[in-house]
Design a protein around this ligand. Structure first.
Ligand code: COA
Ligand code: AMP
Length: 629
């Protein structure tokens, strides 16, 4: 057996021994005597009697170990032409003061705080400040519109919201404060205070309960780390589900810290002193885990980048950042590479940037298509590693674990399950299928540390969404197969979740918006293949009988409706008015069949179809888009 196989087997056969050892990577205020409690499955309690503070492990302990002057965070923002560097000691001090400000506003252990911010270092400080005082943060991605933010405010019920006056997109300044005000107006729950970071690009008008960030922090006294139970929540991160309303994924403190600290050397082959850049956003799970927590837990320098992959005026922005900050490991979404490849297919903008510091490129967020894989490998001449994970797991489920064994890459496959994840492919009856046979990818219970512990205020939804369909297993929502060599192939979602430019979105949520239009009788939203974004949504609407509308006007209204209610990131630009939607005889819309047509996949039509000609008509509408995009 090679080192990977040995490590993997041990993690599955002896999870307590394996993770008990990994727990030594963390400083505990009370060392756990028990590693794993599975008495309440599917609820798993890792290190149930341990106590720690995540912020202490991410910042203070490095300072106390004499590494305070090591760089913790490099903020690189071509959109504001700023580069700012924070040593561990500086990041600790700023965070401790912000934590003091939160405390002074009445935020206590267990209280929730929403963070709705652009990619600025204060966003990372805000997360760490919450962790410092045992408050539970919930970061909401800045591209979400006010109603989405309102839904999260109502679910999380934050005592305080941390936000900024604006975000900066390539072509425009996005004023955040009006969106926040609108969200608070829409929400039934009213936070006590909002702390607003004023940015010079667009300052915000502050009202009664608003606090100016700088003034509030300047007036605050720094506070120490408060030990919490390993099983206490660290954060809530909302993600799209199939059914109505986002799901609030809850992450604990202890399991999360252990898993992420373990992942840095073992999966990414990155250690203290290295420079790591996850080119994502703190609003997504990748940003939580690999811009903020994992690098800092491991004493690594993390790059926080505010801008697009192809910057203006610098089309070689990615290569410049690698060279300038001596990045050793880059992690981004394939869609970001496709954006660069489209602008610069031959990698000419790389010239003049010495990227020899780079050791590996990790990709996730969507399937890595072999063409993008080959392009990246040829342009960068480093191992290009696809790895598969999701908001719920918080860290990779399958990857080439570079720090354990440099296995051969098979383009299109995220290699093998990561230690801790007992991955199985099952059929509809939950029976494992042989190698080469496609099925649903599930994970045998218990999930490893770091994975979600429940859904916020929704234990039953947690059970129903993930554990009822295949008893004994966690349902990932992805389909795929293992090949004869034990490589896993993740082929895509089997539910109504789509992945647009590495952003996970619910087609059901978009359908809800379309269905509210007075002219729409029924509708469906499906993902259509897109050469840059991977997938983009397409709406199919059926008009109410007798309604006369200008189709162009209707399209504009529906597109604007999705943008205003969900956000620009939905990239919803395509609506077709159709006479009918294909259905089964019992009236169920054939969404899975339409999805397969849009993906250009083979499909079987259910025997009980209502009217085959309707399906033929819809195929004529969808199929050309799948081919031309
Ligand atoms: N705040 C406000 N608006 C935002 C936003 C934010 N934080 N992020 C995106 N938007 C807007 C964009 O400006 C754009 O608006 P437009 O329709 O007016 O042009 C719209 O949302 C769509 O954005 P996006 O799909 O992101 O397209 P893009 O061209 O701006 O950027 C990528 C393309 C590939 C660079 C970007 O999507 C990306 O970096 N994706 C990777 C995501 C990721 O990291 N996923 C995690 C796995 S690693
Ligand atoms: P998110 O929760 O936003 O991280 O999205 C998770 C989903 O993205 C997964 O369920 C997959 O459908 C998809 N995904 C993420 N990484 C990969 C990958 N490497 N290969 C294939 N699909 C991926």
């Amino acid at each position: 057996m090679g080192s990977y196989e040995q490590t993997y087997r041990r993690s599955i056969d002896d999870p307590e021994g394996f993770w008990g050892e990994a727990a030594r990577l963390i400083d505990w205020t009370r060392k756990p005597t028990q590693v794993l409690d599975i008495s309440e499955l599917p609820f798993v309690h890792w290190f149930p009697d341990g106590e720690l503070n995540t912020c202490y492990n991410a910042l203070d302990r490095h300072v106390e170990a004499g590494r305070g002057e090591t760089m913790a965070l490099i903020y690189d923002s071509p959109v504001t032409q700023t580069i700012r560097r924070y040593m561990y000691v500086e990041l600790r001090d700023e965070t401790a003061r912000l934590a003091g400000a939160l405390r002074a506003l009445g935020v206590e252990k267990g209280d929730t705080v929403i963070i709705y911010m652009p990619m600025v270092p204060e966003a990372a400080m805000a997360m760490l400040a919450c962790a410092r005082i045992g408050a539970v943060h919930s970061v909401v991605f800045g591209g979400f519109a006010a109603p989405e933010l309102a839904a999260r405010i109502d679910d999380a019920k934050p005592k305080v919201v941390l936000s900024a006056s604006c975000g900066i997109e390539s072509t425009r300044i996005v004023a955040y404060k009006p969106l926040l005000d609108e969200a608070i107006r829409l929400a039934a729950h009213k936070p006590r205070h909002s702390i607003i970071l004023q940015r010079p690009q667009a300052t915000a008008v502050l009202h009664g309960t608003d606090q100016d960030w700088e003034e509030t922090v300047a007036a605050a006294s720094p506070v120490d780390c408060l030990p919490v139970k390993a099983t206490d929540p660290l954060y809530i991160l909302y993600t799209s589900g199939t059914t109505a309303g986002p799901k609030g994924v809850v992450r604990d403190n202890g399991g999360h810290a252990v898993a992420l600290a373990w992942s840095m050397p073992n999966i990414y082959d990155v250690r203290a002193g290295d420079v790591y850049w996850a080119a994502s956003d703190v609003g997504w799970v990748v940003g939580h885990s690999y811009i903020v927590y994992a690098p800092l837990l491991a004493g690594v320098t993390s790059v926080l980048y505010e801008g697009k992959p192809v910057g203006t005026p610098d089309p070689g922005a990615f290569w410049r950042v690698i060279a300038e900050h001596k990045v050793n490991t880059l992690f981004c979404a394939p869609t970001a590479l496709r954006v660069i490849k489209k602008e610069d297919p031959k990698g000419k903008y790389k010239q003049g940037h010495d990227t020899s510091c780079l050791r590996a490129l990790f990709l996730a967020g969507e399937r890595l298509d072999p063409t993008t894989y080959e392009w990246a490998r040829d342009v960068l001449s480093v191992p290009v590693i696809d790895h598969w994970w999701q908001t719920e797991t918080g860290w990779p489920i399958a990857a080439l674990s570079l720090g354990i064994e440099a296995k051969a890459v098979k383009p299109g496959s995220p290699t093998h399950p990561v230690p801790g994840y007992d991955v199985v492919v099952v059929d509809e009856s939950s029976n494992p299928v042989p190698a080469g046979v496609q099925g649903e990818i599930v994970i045998r219970q218990p999930l490893p540390p770091g994975a979600l512990t429940t859904l916020y205020n929704a234990d039953e939804r947690f059970r129903d969404s993930y554990f009822t369909c295949h008893p004994g297993f966690y349902r990932t929502g992805d389909g795929g197969y293992f090949d004869e060599d034990g490589y896993i192939w993740v082929m895509g979602r089997i539910d109504d979740v789509i992945n647009v430019a590495g952003h996970r979105l619910s087609t059901g949520a978009m359908e809800e918006i379309l269905a509210q239009h007075p002219a729409v009788a029924e509708c469906a939203v499906i993902g259509v293949v897109n050469s840059v974004k991977g997938q983009v949504p397409m709406g199919l609407v059926v008009l109410k009988a007798g309604v006369e509308v200008d189709p162009q006007q209707l399209r504009s209204e529906l597109i604007l409706g999705v943008r205003k209610n969900i956000g620009a990131i939905a990239s919803f630009h395509d609506v077709e008015v159709v006479a009918k939607l294909p259905k089964t005889r019992s009236g169920k819309i054939l969404r899975a069949t339409m999805r397969a047509i849009a993906d250009g996949r083979e499909y079987t039509v259910p025997g009980t179809i209502e009217d085959a000609t309707v399906l033929e008509g819809i195929t004529e509408v969808i199929a050309p888009k799948a081919r031309t995009s």
